[in-house]
Design a protein around this ligand. Structure first.
Ligand SMILES: NC(=O)c1ccc[n+]([C@@H]2O[C@H](COP(=O)([O-])OP(=O)(O)OC[C@H]3O[C@@H](n4cnc5c(N)ncnc54)[C@H](O)[C@@H]3O)[C@@H](O)[C@H]2O)c1
Ligand SMILES: [Fe+2]
Length: 384
């Protein structure tokens, strides 16, 4: 057996009011990175500044990180950090803010680097010579607070780059359920189904191990039980706490075991039609589970451990409870017209087949298989 690595943050602080942990940090200066407005609007940004002040830490705010953060944003953020010289980077917000902060941190540590320098896997030099990193997620979905990944977009060329480096796993993750409790129901549903997808894909991945499987199964168990509750009653703190923890548990599984074909197809249909990531995953999952089943006994194992009859059917039932359509044809979030679908299908199928997530899918599909799955998920036909 080859030598393997399992990386997770050094500390995960969780539970109601865990944001308070900021007041116990040791340090002098913090750069707080956040998105557009939700953290300011709900008072979490001011609270973070105040808690850091209590710890004797002076802070600056780098705000305005856009959804799908751009190269420009992360380069500018790195420069602001260099001017201020913080010893802590504190990222607070959705996956976009957390991802942007991770790469700003790289440029602060190594101002001589360009974005092109850090694209190849294995190219990232050591971090933590100047600062350590804390991530405080406000959505329960991407698990950027756990992972070695950051997704940055080259807006000039419309390309999303996954940056991968074990050193980018944050030092501390703070999981305070008060933050995701402000999410509206449709974001709760979409990000929550992304957690389901991270878990089932990490569990069935060809890179899954005894270190990753328990996290994936526990995350699935929590999502099945608590996502419908959090969707119906956003202020139910028990459900929010379990969903926030589930997101990080799934992150511990997929950052180490990688993902599969659902993410490959979701990335490309998202690129073509602009459909939200978690929503695309939720629609695609049952079709791909049905397709993959013949290549892996992990679905039967998950069903046994979760005590469900058919995990693809579990996803369909969850989708119904969350008002998520069962096929793209019925999706109203974006305009999925049939003519456009047919005209992009070949290109989209070839691109999805080439996505890095396909590498760890159980069984290697052909481009024709990918096209058949897209068609089934568009029209709602069952894959046998
Ligand atoms: N690093 C990773 O491992 C990883 C994994 C998957 C995806 N991603 C990336 O993460 C990004 C998506 O992150 P996301 O799904 O968390 O969404 P996001 O950060 O883009 O935020 C989506 C929207 O929700 C709002 N929002 C966030 N938290 C809120 C709250 N508590 N209450 C009300 N509104 C809130 C934001 O203001 C924004 O408008 C993408 O760029 C994606 O590529 C990263
Ligand atoms: Fe995802």
């Amino acid at each position: 057996m080859s030598i393997m690595r399992f990386s997770v943050p050094r500390e995960i602080i969780y539970g109601e009011d865990s944001l308070q942990h900021l007041s116990t940090l040791k340090g002098k200066k913090a750069a707080i990175v956040t998105g557009g407005s939700s953290m300011k609007k709900f008072g979490f940004l001011d609270k973070a500044v105040e808690l850091l002040k209590k710890a004797g830490i002076e802070s600056i705010i780098i705000d305005g990180v856009e959804p799908n953060p751009s190269v420009k944003t992360v380069v500018a953020g790195g420069k602001k950090m260099s001017e201020f010289s913080p010893d802590w980077i504190v990222a607070i917000g959705g996956g976009s803010a957390l991802d942007a902060a991770k790469v700003m941190w790289c440029f602060y540590e190594h101002p001589e680097l360009s974005f092109e320098d850090i694209i190849p896997v294995g190219s990232m030099p050591a971090l933590r010579t100047k600062a350590k990193m804390i991530c405080i997620p406000s959505t329960s979905g991407t698990a950027s607070e756990i992972t070695a990944f950051s997704v940055i977009t080259d807006t000039d060329n419309h390309i999303k780059y996954p940056i991968v480096a074990a050193d980018m796993v944050p030092d501390i993750a703070i999981l305070d359920p008060a933050l995701p409790a402000c999410m509206p129901p449709h974001i709760t549903a979409n990000t929550g189904m992304d957690v389901f997808c991270h878990s089932i894909e990490a569990f069935a991945s060809t890179a899954a191990t005894s270190f990753t499987d328990p996290y994936a199964i526990e995350a699935l168990r929590l999502v099945i039980q608590y996502l419908p509750v959090a969707y119906k009653d956003g202020k139910n703190m028990e459900a929010r706490t379990h969903m926030h923890n589930a997101s990080s548990l799934a992150g511990m599984a997929f950052t180490n075991a990688s993902l599969g074909l659902v993410h490959s197809l979701a990335h490309k249909i998202g690129g073509e039609f602009g459909v939200t990531h978690g929503l695309a995953n939720a629609i695609l999952m049952p079709y791909i589970i049905d397709f993959n089943r013949k290549f892996s006994d992990k679905y039967a194992l998950a069903e046994k451990q979760l005590e469900v009859h058919d995990i693809a059917e579990t996803v369909r039932e969850l989708n119904k409870k969350l008002d998520i359509p069962l096929c793209f044809k019925d999706c109203t979030e974006v305009d999925f017209n049939e003519e456009k679908f047919k005209s992009v299908l070949d290109r989209m199928s070839a691109n999805a087949h080439a996505d890095p997530c396909t590498l760890t899918n159980p069984g290697q599909p052909t481009v024709a298989d990918v096209k058949m799955i897209y068609e089934a998920a568009y029209y709602g036909t069952k894959i046998k």
